[in-house]
Design a protein around this ligand. Structure first.
Ligand code: ZN
Length: 353
């Protein structure tokens, strides 16, 4: 079978192609965040929906690629875990008839965060109408997913390495220095690495985060001004994603005009997806910033890497600072108030000024 790649990893790509020969009704893609599961799910769905099994050229393939195909629905959690409401909406979609062709694909992300709703999810996945195909995505396959996995064809995704990402970006025309920086800050995600590669302020943002520890004093006023600087920096980092979203909306409107409004996903659903994508990108950006901040403490332990302005810290102080920053990075996923979280991190770090 020809057509565009289905997965970034060669082995996984071959496996998905083999699965397309005899499509089943449910798939579970398992692999770390950033390993390309979402784009693979999209490509796999495109191949299932296309009359020519994923030619990459027809209107159906084009709509699937940009996320506006009416029979390809992507459901994401809006909070820390999948909710009953989100599973119900997947169920309702699974039960409807395809809008465009013979088949529809329902992609549900983060099923590893759905312990509470697993019985409902299992029931839905076990009894879909023949025209519905489920593609479930999980960052890991813990024991709580065993029953679900037994109902699906399981496909594994490996993490994308910094070297692989760097050479991929370089092959796409990104200058090597920039490719390396973007790959290292991407957390193993090609989507984020590509965004960062077009981001002129990436190096600047990293420098600002690295400078925070040296600028802290014992006043609340400094904390407040650093928090507002970091928040603005994060806002500006969202610009490449926002322009990609504007482009997606433009394509959506054009497609609707050309093929009718039934040929595209409802605009409300698309806007909702974009909002969640931005939330996720913002979390990743803040996590990358916090990682740079933690690094700025660690390098103080190595005199050779320390600049004149940076005073040495005790091992305990560095350990405490790094632990506090890492905790904050993890708790960002639970959607806390960003400003309050940054404030509490910086207040804690003031102890080590
Ligand atoms: Zn096609």
């Amino acid at each position: 079978m020809t057509g565009p790649r289905l997965a970034l990893q060669d082995g996984t790509d071959t496996e998905l192609r083999a699965l397309l020969e005899r499509p089943g009704h449910a798939y579970l893609f398992v692999g770390p965040s950033g390993s390309g599961k979402v784009s693979a799910a999209r490509a796999f769905a495109a191949a299932l929906l296309c009359e020519r099994h994923g030619c990459g050229e027809c209107a159906s393939c084009a709509a699937a690629e940009v996320g506006s195909h009416p029979d390809l629905v992507l459901i994401e959690r809006s909070g820390p875990a999948l909710t009953m409401e989100e599973v119900r909406s997947a169920t309702a979609l699974a039960l409807r008839a395809p809008l465009g062709g013979q088949r529809q694909v329902v992609v549900l992300r983060d099923v590893h965060l759905g312990r509470q709703v697993m019985p409902a999810l299992l029931k839905t996945v076990e009894e879909p109408p023949a025209s519905t195909v489920f593609v479930l995505l999980a960052d890991g396959a813990g024991p709580e997913l065993a029953t679900l996995a037994s109902r699906c064809a399981v496909v594994h995704f490996e993490r994308l390495g910094v070297d692989w990402l760097t050479s991929t970006l370089t092959a796409e025309g990104v200058p090597p220095d920039r490719a390396q920086l973007a790959a290292a800050a991407s957390g193993g995600s090609l989507v984020r690495a590509r965004l960062l590669a077009t981001d002129d302020e990436l190096a600047l943002r990293r420098d600002v985060w690295m400078s925070v520890a040296g600028r802290l004093d014992s006043t609340g006023c400094t904390v407040a001004s650093l928090v507002s600087e970091l928040t603005e920096l994060t806002d500006r980092a969202m610009q490449p994603l926002r322009s990609r979203h504007r482009e997606q909306l433009r394509h959506h409107a054009e497609h609707a005009k050309q093929f009718g409004s039934d040929s595209v996903v409802p605009k409300k659903l698309l806007l909702e997806q974009q909002r969640r994508e931005e939330r996720r990108a913002r979390t990743e950006e803040l996590q990358a910033g916090l990682a740079a901040l933690a690094e700025s403490y660690r390098i103080r332990l190595t005199p050779a890497d320390r600049t004149e302005a940076q005073r040495p810290h005790s091992v305990e102080a560095v350990r405490d600072a790094a632990a506090c920053i890492e905790r904050a990075g993890r708790s960002l996923v639970r959607n806390p108030n960003e400003t309050l979280l940054l404030q509490s991190v910086l207040v804690r770090l003031q102890q080590h000024v």
